[in-house]
Design a protein around this ligand. Sequence first.
Ligand code: TYM
Length: 339
Amino acid sequence: MPQPPLRVFSGIQPTADSLHLGNYLGALRQWVSLQDDYDCVYSVVDLHALTVGPDPAALRQRVRATAAQFLAAGVDPDRSILFVQSQVPQHAQLTWLLNCVAGFGEASRMTQFKDKAAKLGDKAITVGLFDYPVLMAADILLYDANLVPVGEDQRQHLELSRTLAARLNSRFGEGAAVVPEPLIVKATAKIHDLQEPSAKMSKTGHPAGIIELLDDPKTIAKRVKAAVTDSGSEIAWDPANKPGIANLLSIYSALTGRPVGQIVEDYSGKLYGHLKADLAEAVIEALRPFRERTALYLDDPGQLDQLLRTGAGRAEALARVVYQRIAARFGLAQGTASR
Ligand code: TYM
């Protein structure tokens, strides 16, 4: 008997007007190619974005902008389910159930929480920020996802999702939850900040260290050319001693499909400036159609909202079944009131 395709789930937070190259190479690009072989569910995770207290109008705009970028990158709403997390109420509902099996110590060990908490200080840390990884586990378990394409920075959160799924199975019997596998593509798992190559490229990093997908060509060229490079002048693959150049080579290779070794050979005897000029051109050309397509989707917000409502309806149809299955295992009352 043919097996049904495996299920993929992933999400990106609407916390900026534009996604950056790390989001694209680390996650979004994989989302697009996975559609050929898997049953994919992709979400703009706005409930996660609430943990940083965004301005409501900005959040509303960024939800649309993020969805438009998923579409522009090639997420196909006919083949995949594309939706906004808060439009499917079971995400919050399942989070509560998982809160009641997740350990306080376990959640306290999440390094992203510890880093953010250290930056914010005790008074500004919300319970939501602490609970963020449990909401993420709920996102994944709610669709019985087998595979979760993410960047390296999400590995520990994925491990918690796996632990919680396994715990449901050991507490309530096999079949309570599917234990998901992370899908982390090594070559692009961590794109680094252009100004601080030891750090990951991040929405909260130094603006000059980021390439946003919606940046105009002039800005892209400026950022690439100003990227911090290492002492010496030889273009070589040496991530430990030449992290700046290694980052540029990784990006160049990911965008052109040429192996790093071949690029290094091509630039033998050339200067950092040559590599930067060619890389800037490659990034500009790769992002030009992306920017144009995003603008087209944003030109018609009514149609975009409609597309997202349809996606939410399809997502909820899946989520309702899984939520009820898990809730029943906990012993919660069966059935829902008619709506
Ligand atoms: P977020 O919104 O911070 O990032 C979205 C995706 O981009 C990846 N990423 C990177 N990859 C490589 N290099 C980088 N510099 C880089 N920066 C970010 C992230 O790993 C991520 O895949 N918690 C998640 C969102 C989320 C989620 C989920 C993901 C919520 N629920 C369920 C998967 C499944 C996050 O904050 O991603």
